[in-house]
Design a protein around this ligand. Structure first.
Ligand code: GAR
Length: 199
């Protein structure tokens, strides 16, 4: 059994879809070599975040993290290793991932970004800030990017992208809804494929 940790500090709709996906894998699939995996930990830095109620409802342990220890301590590497975490998924997590953590999980940390990187990424580019920038630039298309996490914001190798139209009457909220649908459709499947490849 592989153990996935999700880092999230928002509503947690992606976390919910990922949890559901691994719980609902058909028995034959989940018995396939390397296919068996579960979300065994939610990591959060924001009191009151929606993802915390999801973790409680789904009976998944939460590890609350503090800025000082994350950025100046061991970045919780020991705790993650103790909990036998194999793969880390960032799903609406806004802090930069410290080098210590990147090095401890090489090509085993992925992020989802709500735009077509390399455009509209970097510090401060999250959620509706991204969608507002896409609209202000008059883009006709946006989408999602799933990528490996390295030492810089939104910079690691791209694993997967999917696109959707930007409509002339879109607002950041209406575009966000379309982007969320794309994320929910693709993110769990991409994670499953990558987790199968983890040795
Ligand atoms: C998602 O749209 C994700 O792409 C975005 O935060 C949202 C979280 O939604 N992440 C970023 O903007 C990272 N730069 P959720 O809490 O409902 O899963």
């Amino acid at each position: 059994m592989k153990h996935i940790a999700i880092f999230a500090s928002g509503a947690g709709s992606n976390a919910q879809k990922i949890i559901d996906h691994f719980r609902n894998l058909s028995p034959s699939l989940s018995k396939g070599e390397g296919a068996s995996a579960e979300v065994s930990l939610i990591i959060c830095n924001k009191p009151g975040a929606g993802v915390l109620s999801i973790a409680e409802k789904e009976d998944i342990p939460v590890m609350f993290i503090e800025k000082e220890k994350f950025f100046r301590g061991n970045a919780y590497v020991n705790e993650l290793k103790e909990k036998q975490i194999d793969f880390i998924v960032l799903a609406g997590f806004l802090w930069k991932i410290p080098d210590t953590l990147v090095r401890a999980f090489p090509r085993r940390i992925i992020n989802i970004h709500p735009a077509l990187l390399p455009k509209y990424g970097g510090k401060g580019m999250y959620g509706n800030n991204v969608h507002a920038a896409v609209l202000a630039a008059g883009e006709k298309e946006s989408g999602i990017t799933i990528h490996y996490v390295d030492e810089q914001y939104d910079n690691g190798d791209i694993i997967f992208q999917a696109t959707c139209p930007v409509l002339s009457d879109d607002t950041p909220d209406s575009l966000a809804r379309r982007i969320h649908q794309l994320e929910h459709e693709h993110f769990p499947k991409v994670i499953e494929k990558l987790v199968r490849e983890v040795k």
